[in-house]
Design a protein around this ligand. Structure first.
Ligand code: ACM
Ligand code: ZN
Length: 747
């Protein structure tokens, strides 16, 4: 018995030794007895795969300072890496064997390249000991679309960085680079037939600075573009790394840069300037013959540059205001008996699809291309959640999942207080790792239409290459493991990721250390306490110390063991420590305790599940929603009123109600039309005691401090009326408006 235990123990130890770093984790890894001893010198034997052999040699020499010789035969005293092609094997599969020599075997260069990525990680992990355990890896991916996107329009990134970005994709065995090349703020691809696209369209006079809500601008001329020679070089670079580039040429919306260059492409013909503002704009392509001729000519040059079978045609966020006013557009709707302007968008996309299909290419578009009817062969990129992807798969169309909550790497990855200004939202490494691209709503048959997923990097707030790296790393690592298809539990992944950071250090990649951060949340309290506040750090509850008086935490502060009970207002400050050293930034959270804190809340209308941190109790959890973080701590209602009743448990005196609403019209969030307050002694008959007008709510910017005179009652009810439908002239016009409320404090 004892002996058996020992064997298990040894095997367990060895497993963790050899599996330490690999990301994405391979499908199968077996350890064998023995070690390959290595130093700085290697020989590569590769009868067929010169490209991969050169890649590996360059990588090892440049990054690990090794000496590598590509040879036809073994060289005495130097370990050998053999790259073997075996056409009998499955596409994408590779095996990697470490014994006396290292052998990577695959059907072709692509599989060998994946094996090389695993080998690089093994070598880096074991470089300090110079010993590689004998092992066999057999591995292949689950998803076929494993992508990263980069917006080079809002900010322009030089050719050299685009190549580096492709290296990032390749190092995680991902295979798709979605290159966003045209938008309102800049046209970035040289088109020989239309030189003004880059003479005029690639440059803007000024950019937004700071948060969108500040509406501040600089007036510096900003821009840049990729010449066709640049693009050929980048496409070749990507192909050598088995990465396909899917170019995106946006239509019919996000077209201001194109229309600025050639005003006839719009409905009005009026001159425009390349946008200096972020957002969604009414000047879109007019579906006239001249426009289709232009787009076909542009796409012809695009197809000559990019061998990709799939071309992205955009399709998102196309306001219909100009089409409604345009005689030509209205005549077209009549002529083709289209239902409305959505039908016209569908007509637009179908015409472009027909053209691209006739040249042997396929289209993919953002999920708005479902509206008004999907083009017959189009694939859908689902970004506004999973719904578009589900609908497309049910219609037997291929889908790439990029739901904002999991895949938008322009969101914050840590506490916004500690992060550079970002678009909004909160997409932590843990959240990315929890992503499952296959929605459970789909049948087995429908699931086959989910090609995979990608991370999207929109660059309104991302100004330079180092900043791109920061937003991408390490979330890309988590996404790659989701897509390669063998996940562990998050804690195990996080430990592997932590060790993987040393490779990122060697490669001089600017990655976020947000995984060390302490995160906290108010949980449903017991009957004894107003607030129970839970903390979690890099190692669960371990290593966290906190204070409640606003002082800086040290290892002499209170050690965290269980949710903190709070009964009077306090400032929690916490940090994660290892061996006495603070490893995280300081987490800080104000908790406000009032007469309503921890008291039961009843809601007549349900909030969206997505924006309901701990359900109804969010409104009395002691945490006041931060307008910069409307993804958490707030209750979000789509198109519905807030009708909230708080039961104070017994009759008591009070005279002030404090509450907050978010105004973020660019994110479809609007202030309420009115706020009404009622009190009741029995919970049945409510007396109205106050009504606040929209004008006053706007004046207070949603932050209300309402004097209600001396009341003495057990129940208090608040009704905040929703704008319901977003008015014309705002982002998302016609869709239900969001109403975000947090905390109802009663004093
Ligand atoms: C998008 O994020 N507008 C596709
Ligand atoms: Zn028109």
């Amino acid at each position: 018995m004892k002996k058996l235990m020992m064997i298990f123990l040894l095997v367990g130890l060895q497993m963790s030794y050899a599996q330490k770093n690999l990301i994405p984790q391979p499908k199968s890894l077996e350890l064998q007895t023995g070690d390959l001893i290595f130093g700085k010198n290697w020989v590569i034997i590769s009868p067929k795969n010169t490209n991969e052999a050169n890649y590996l040699k360059d990588f090892l020499e440049k990054n690990f300072k090794m000496n590598v010789e590509i040879s036809k035969k073994e060289i005495k005293g130097k370990p050998t890496i053999q790259l073997l092609q075996n056409t009998q094997l499955k596409e994408n599969y590779y095996s990697l064997k470490v014994a006396k020599d290292i052998v990577i075997e695959a059907k072709d260069g692509k599989g060998i390249f994946y094996g090389i990525q695993s080998l690089i990680q093994l070598l880096q992990e074991n470089e300090s000991t110079g010993k590689l355990s004998y092992l066999t890896i057999k591995d292949e991916p689950t998803f076929q679309w494993r992508g990263m996107h980069l917006d080079c329009c809002r900010h322009f990134f030089p050719k050299e960085f685009v190549k580096k970005y492709i290296d990032f994709i390749a190092m995680y065995k991902m295979n798709t680079f979605h290159w966003h090349l045209t938008d309102d703020q800049g046209w970035r691809i040289e088109i020989k037939k239309y030189p003004k696209l880059t003479e005029i369209g690639a440059w803007r006079n000024g950019s937004m600075i700071g948060a969108y809500s500040d509406q501040k601008f600089d007036n510096e001329r900003y821009g840049g573009y990729y010449t066709q020679e640049d693009i050929k070089e980048i496409v070749k670079y990507a192909a050598d790394r088995h990465v396909n580039i899917v170019p995106e040429i946006e239509m019919p919306g996000h077209a201001v840069a194109a229309i600025s260059s050639y005003p006839n492409l719009g409905c009005t013909g009026k001159p425009l300037e390349v946008e200096n503002k972020w957002g969604v704009f009414e000047d879109v392509f007019c579906p006239k013959e001249e426009t289709f001729q232009f787009l076909e000519n542009v796409l012809t040059e695009v197809m000559a540059l990019f061998p990709s079978k799939t071309i992205h045609i955009g399709g998102d966020e196309c306001p219909k205001e100009n089409w409604k006013k345009c005689e030509h557009c209205q005549a077209l709707i009549k002529k083709y008996n289209l239902k409305d302007e959505h039908g016209l968008q569908s007509y637009f996309v179908q015409r472009i699809e027909k053209f691209l299909n006739s040249k042997g290419r396929k289209i993919i578009g953002w999920d708005e291309i479902l509206e008004g009817g999907l083009a017959p062969n189009a694939a859908v990129m689902s970004w506004r959640g999973f719904e578009g992807g589900i609908e497309a798969a049910k219609q037997k169309h291929f889908v790439v999942m990029t739901p904002g909550d999991y895949c938008y790497f322009d969101h914050y990855q840590g506490d916004p207080k500690n992060e550079p200004l970002a678009f909004g939202g909160r997409t932590t490494v843990e959240k990315v790792y929890s992503f499952n691209p296959i929605p459970k709503e789909l049948t087995n048959e429908e699931q086959k239409y989910i090609l995979g997923a990608q991370g999207n990097v929109w660059t309104e707030y991302i100004l330079n290459p180092k900043h791109v790296e920061y937003m991408v790393f390490p979330r890309i690592a988590a996404l790659s493991e989701v897509l390669w298809g063998k996940k562990s539990d998050y804690n195990e992944f996080q430990k592997r990721l932590f060790r993987h950071f040393s490779l990122l250090d060697i490669l001089d990649i600017n990655y976020s250390k947000s995984i060390f951060e302490v995160v906290g949340k108010s949980i449903n309290p017991d009957n004894k306490n107003a607030v129970l506040y839970q903390l979690k750090g890099f190692d669960g509850s371990n290593g966290i110390f906190y204070t409640l008086d606003g002082t800086t935490p040290t290892t002499n502060s209170i050690a965290y063991t269980q949710p903190i009970a709070i009964n009077k207002s306090a400032k929690i400050q916490a940090a994660y420590f290892e061996n006495g050293i603070m490893k995280s930034k300081i987490f800080s959270q104000d908790v406000f305790v009032s007469k309503s804190t921890g008291k039961k809340v009843t809601l007549d209308n349900q909030p969206s599940e997505k924006y309901a941190a701990i359900g109804n109790q969010t409104l009395t959890d002691g945490i006041i929603g931060d307008p910069a973080k409307f993804g958490s701590d707030w209750l979000g209602f789509s198109g519905k009123d807030v009708v909230a009743t708080i039961d104070l448990g017994k009759e008591m005196p009070y005279s002030v109600v404090k509450t907050n609403f978010v105004k973020s019209n660019e994110n479809w969030i609007h202030l309420p039309q009115t706020v009404q307050l009622f009190v009741s002694v029995d919970g049945k008959i409510f007396n109205k005691i106050k009504e606040i007008s929209n004008a006053d709510i706007v004046k207070a910017n949603g932050k209300l401090n309402i004097n209600i005179g001396n009341q003495n009652a057990r129940f208090i009810k608040m009704i905040a009326t929703n704008t319901t439908k977003i008015p014309n002239g705002f982002a998302g016009a016609g869709y239900p408006a969001w109403l975000f409320v947090d905390e109802i404090s009663i004093e």
